[in-house]
Design a protein around this ligand. Structure first.
Ligand code: RET
Length: 282
């Protein structure tokens, strides 16, 4: 089943705002890629992984958002008489590309988080497996659920129950993921120098707040009263846009700063350059 956007006709401004949001996001990620690549040398070798991961996230997101932009362009056609955009016969817009992007980026961002928290060895592996597995499960469950959008929004016959069941399971996995990630921050942040700890706390808060937004955006087609409104399609895509830029680029910038501050402290000889206390402990 195609996403619920395909069943609506959009006013000129609604369509344009969404188109611009897609191009804005793709451009931010392409520009951020250059920034992460060019500032990588500011950290010592041990901390460069976080820049490399941000670069991977930027490439995948630029491609996926670029595809969304192209699809949005071809899926709707302008009618000058009514000044609206209606779906082009034979074409569809698929929000599923976002899920493909998250499937790459969620495990990447969680890996980045563990790396900057200085986990190594067995402690890293244990947390990494739990976090990436639950991250992937969360995305895949939501991916299945979004196929029920037309039913739950009332455009097609059917109860839309699948939307709530798969989405509900995804929410449960999400809460488990947050629980495990919270445990990792608590255990890992003490190994950071004081001037990096505040930034790490900021990155964690940012992660929680922005990741919740994706879950809320998922629900929009299921909310009666707003689920057949073009305005809410705009709101939903703008929520995704904001969450994307903050959870990928701003999050990456905060972790890069943590890495740079750690590197400086090590270079100044204030802390050791060993493998971190967790490797030693295990
Ligand atoms: C879904 C389905 C409904 C329930 C929840 C979801 C959560 C999605 C999240 C996505 C995060 C994406 C990120 C991408 C960055 O590149 C799958 C929408 C809770 C948390 C961080």
């Amino acid at each position: 089943m195609p996403n619920y956007e395909n069943f609506l006709t959009f006013e000129y401004w609604q369509y344009e705002v969404i188109r611009h949001a897609f191009s804005f996001t793709a451009a931010v990620f392409a520009a951020s890629l250059v920034y992460f690549a060019m500032t990588m040398h500011e950290a010592t070798a041990k901390y460069r992984t976080t820049f490399a991961i941000s670069a991977v996230v930027m490439v995948s997101a630029t491609i996926e958002l670029g595809l969304l932009y192209l699809m949005w362009n071809s899926a709707f056609v302008y009618d000058a008489a009514t000044m609206t955009y209606a779906r082009t016969e034979g074409e569809i817009f698929a929000n599923g590309y976002r899920y493909a992007n998250w499937l790459i980026d969620v495990p990447m961002l969680l890996t980045q988080f563990l790396v900057v928290l200085q986990f190594t060895g067995a402690a890293f592996r244990r947390r990494w497996i739990t976090l990436t597995a639950s991250g992937a499960a969360m995305i895949l469950l939501g991916y299945v659920g979004q196929y029920y959008e037309p039913q739950v929004a009332g455009f097609v016959e059917g109860s839309g129950l699948g939307f709530w069941i798969w989405g509900g399971l995804s929410w449960l996995v999400f809460f488990y993921l947050l629980y495990v990630a919270n445990d990792a921050v608590r255990a890992g942040r003490d190994s950071l120098v004081p001037e990096a700890r505040g930034l790490m706390n900021g990155a964690w808060t940012l992660l929680v707040v922005t990741w919740f937004m994706y879950g809320f955006a998922y629900m929009v087609p299921g909310v009666p009263g707003i689920n057949q409104s073009g305005d809410w399609v705009v709101v939903r895509q703008l929520i995704y846009t904001f969450a994307d830029v903050t959870s990928k680029t701003v999050f990456g910038l905060l972790l890069a700063q943590v890495a740079i501050r750690q590197s400086r402290a090590e270079q100044a000889g204030r802390i050791g350059t060993g493998e971190g206390r967790y490797a030693a402990a295990e």
